[in-house]
Design a protein around this ligand. Structure first.
Ligand SMILES: [Zn+2]
Length: 94
């Protein structure tokens, strides 16, 4: 179907990686975070050591051209070097 679609989301800290139209007529917008780092939930210090990605989140968006639209996002997780046990914190996005 659509070869290339540009959809401005206007969400700060988010970039659109790809947009696909599925066989059953849904628009899937895959986005990722452009923000690097987060604050440790235990000590409150900033950490930039990337651990992995959290579980993919599926969010409902307003329909585009009448097609059900979803946003997919894998929030990055960061590990804290300062805390005992090196806890991980999932980045919070707007
Ligand atoms: Zn910490």
């Amino acid at each position: 179907m659509a070869e290339y679609v540009t959809i401005p989301l206007d969400i700060e800290g988010i970039k659109v990686d790809r947009v696909e139209v599925t066989g059953n007529g849904e628009v899937h917008i895959h986005v990722s975070s452009t923000v690097n780092g987060t604050r440790c939930h235990q000590c409150g210090r900033n950490t930039h050591r990337r651990y992995d990605e959290g579980r993919e989140i599926k969010l409902r968006h307003l329909p585009i051209l009448g097609m059900p639209t979803y946003i997919f996002l894998k929030p990055p997780r960061y590990i804290c070097d300062d805390c005992p046990g090196n806890p991980t914190t999932t980045q919070h996005l707007p």
